[in-house]
Design a protein around this ligand. Structure first.
Ligand SMILES: [Zn+2]
Length: 140
């Protein structure tokens, strides 16, 4: 291990043990965050599967609305509604995956847009936050 790798290892170790990192505001429990993200991801994938989509939001088969609705208009409305739900679940899943990448890279808790630390309270409330409140607001 060269000195640079050693320094990186030490730095990561410092963050992961939750010790104060030169006054950094983010001191979120990374193990807890990873667990929360894993659980949420599993739940989202299950919901997508129940709606007939895989974890990329792609429909895996024919949706079974045609038989359930005699009225084609109602079937279409139901179908569109389901597609909207799938789209929303997919967005959540993307955020989770992005947050998991940040965890792996040691940048968890840093806004992907402005590079500012995301407040710990926000991360604890929504572990898949990859943007601070103001950047999130300008995205959505
Ligand atoms: Zn930001």
């Amino acid at each position: 291990m060269n000195p640079v790798q050693a320094a990186v290892t030490v730095a990561l170790g410092t963050i992961q043990t939750g010790q104060d990192h030169e006054g950094m505001m983010t001191r979120v429990n990374l193990d807890q965050a990873r667990k929360a993200l894993d659980n949420e991801r599993t739940a989202l994938v299950r919901q997508l599967k129940e709606l007939g989509a895989d974890e990329r939001g792609e429909l895996t088969g024919e949706m079974e609305f045609e038989d359930a609705f005699a009225d084609a208009g109602a079937a279409t409305a139901e179908r569109n509604e389901t597609l909207t739900i799938i789209e929303n679940l997919k967005t959540e899943l993307d955020d989770i995956d992005a947050a998991l990448v940040q965890l792996a890279e040691g940048t968890y808790g840093i806004c992907v847009d402005c590079g500012e630390p995301i407040p710990v309270a926000r991360l604890e409330f929504r572990p898949n936050s990859v943007r601070c409140v103001s950047c999130k607001a300008s995205v959505s």
